[in-house]
Design a protein around this ligand. Structure first.
Ligand code: THU
Length: 144
């Protein structure tokens, strides 16, 4: 049993899991993102007949957080009906890195088997590309 804070975050993700819209893959995913002030934002995957337009649960949750005016992620919970805990996809890792840091805890739980995994964001996305890598170029794209 992990600390009660993370259990609450997993429960929040569980509470919206049924709303996942995944008629094509049948993989239902939900995410809960806890911001630095303790507020929690949820998201689910939203698929589309044009498959490539699918939105992942984690990015939906991050978008809800930013819309609410929060900019820093403290922790993330993911739940999915896959047998193994679903690790965030590459695109979601990049988006989590925009608002989190290498220590940000990501917990993933399978609703099928109860299996669970935890990672630090720095493990999931080492050498993350962040704003710090482009800072010096900003505003210097003068005409040749
Ligand atoms: N999916 C997520 O919601 N998050 C991830 O990090 C990986 C994949 C969704 C996208 C798609 O609807 C389904 O899982 C199968 O790829």
């Amino acid at each position: 049993m992990q600390d009660p804070g993370i259990e609450k975050l997993v429960e929040k993700a569980m509470s919206v899991h049924r709303n996942s819209y995944a008629p094509y893959s049948n993989v239902h995913v939900a995410a809960a993102v806890e911001a630095d002030d303790g507020t929690v934002y949820t998201g689910v995957n939203v698929e589309n007949a044009s498959y490539g337009l699918t939105i992942c649960a984690e990015r939906a949750a991050v978008a809800a957080m930013v819309a609410a005016g929060r900019r820093r992620i403290a922790r993330v919970a993911i739940v999915a009906d896959t047998p193994e805990p679903l690790p965030p996809c590459g695109a979601c890792r990049q988006v989590l890195a925009e608002f989190g840091d290498p220590e940000t805890l990501v917990v993933s739980v399978s609703t099928k088997t109860g299996r669970r995994r935890s990672w630090r964001l720095g493990e999931l996305l080492p050498y993350a590309f962040t704003a710090s890598h482009i800072e010096e170029n900003r505003g210097s794209d003068a005409a040749p």
